[in-house]
Design a binder for this molecule. Structure first.
Ligand code: PLP
Length: 358
């Protein structure tokens, strides 16, 4: 007799739903914090020339040696800080949680924050402690976090700096307080660092229990899937035992190396996105019936005041504009998140938003 999935699978898997990705065909896509700009034609041609040399018949360099060098140079990784690449930061988060998944172990994060910390822990079967941010300012409640750390002794604390979906970048001194309280690891996830005014990299050098996540996704290479975990060798050598040997493919290694050799193009695009963000924020502040939150990332969080977020989301879709409805999260009542797009995309969004709020 055929066995049914529920008979074989762990109960927590049966209870989960697959990660939902909206179908964006034919829409102005402002939902996933992607960089809206492509590369100049001449750069694309050079890149295709690089890909021509790819040895697709061979396994990739498991250590990604060339990419390692290019990454350290492009991001001025301090000497002594080690790195490990993943198929996006998502894979590295999974690997971190897998490595600490002893019976009774837990992780801690704040809410709202990047949903994958919680989802991954759930499917691995690790308990998640979630400490709410302060309502409306989305500030860290450091005392509550420190109490939760003392009471639960989490193996890993995940903090996204800037925070997704609020765009807030918390003060380094608060992160440091949390680090000093932690007996376990503190992972500072800087996915949005290309758009932020500062980095917390000095903490990785200062504290042996601080790790950092970076990704190329938000700066313009979401399709490549390349994330990086940075930290002390004593930790990365352990995590490397869990990494599947060829997790970063040949095309990603070559393309990412090429992009990092031309990092000035990506930096210039990040600068343009920050300018667009400021224009978008100014225009949104002038719209009645919404509350707009400040952002150090490539997206803006806002709250609808008179019409529900759900209604606004669907009205925007009718105008072919796709943003993210985050209104179901704690502290996010009637909140929506829009990615900063090109100038004309932002204008279309603003017009559609005004119509949707009417
Ligand atoms: C805070 C944060 N970290 C990591 C990621 C995912 O990065 P990657 O594309 O490298 O898996 C996201 C994506 O939205 C994010 O918001």
């Amino acid at each position: 007799m055929a066995v049914r999935p529920q008979q074989l699978l762990r109960a927590e898997i049966a209870d989960l739903r697959s990660y939902h990705v909206a179908d964006a065909r034919g829409l102005i896509k402002l939902d996933a914090m992607e960089n809206p700009y492509g590369w100049p034609e001449s750069l694309r041609k050079q890149w295709l020339g690089v890909l021509e040399q790819a040895a697709l018949n061979r396994y990739p360099d498991s250590r990604a040696g060339q990419l390692r060098e290019d990454f350290c140079k492009a991001f001025s990784v301090p000497a002594g800080v080690q790195l490990m690449f993943g198929n996006g930061s998502d894979e590295l988060i999974q690997l971190l949680v897998l490595s600490i998944a002893k019976p009774g172990a837990c992780i801690l994060t704040v809410t709202p924050s990047f949903s994958m910390y919680r989802l991954i822990a759930q499917f691995i079967g690790v308990r998640v402690i979630e400490v709410p941010l302060a309502a409306d300012s989305f500030a860290l409640q450091v005392d509550r976090i420190c109490t939760a750390i003392r009471e639960n002794d989490p193996a890993v604390v995940f903090l996204d700096c800037p925070n997704n979906p609020t765009g807030v970048l918390w003060p380094q001194q608060q992160i440091e307080q949390i680090v000093q309280q932690s007996q376990g690891l503190v992972v500072i996830d800087e996915a949005y660092s290309p758009f932020a005014s500062r980095t917390m990299m000095p903490l990785v050098e200062r504290y042996s229990n601080v790790l950092m996540l970076r990704t190329l996704s938000k700066m313009g290479l979401a399709g490549l899937r390349l994330g990086c975990l940075l930290g002390a060798g004593q930790w990365l050598e352990e995590f490397d035992k869990l990494r599947l040997p060829y997790n970063v493919n040949v095309l990603t290694q070559l393309s990412a190396s090429f992009a990092l050799e031309n990092i000035s193009v990506l930096d210039e695009q990040a600068g343009r996105i920050c300018e667009q963000r400021e224009q978008l924020l100014t225009a949104m502040h002038a719209i009645k019936n919404i509350r707009v939150f400040p952002s150090e990332a490539n997206f803006v969080l806002f709250r609808t005041l008179d019409v529900s977020a759900d209604t606004v989301f669907h009205r925007l879709l009718e105008h072919k504009v796709l943003i993210k409805n985050v209104a179901d999260g704690l502290l996010l009542e009637n909140c929506l998140r829009v990615t900063v797009g090109k100038e004309e995309e932002n204008r279309t969004f603003l017009d559609a938003l005004q119509g949707a709020l009417a």
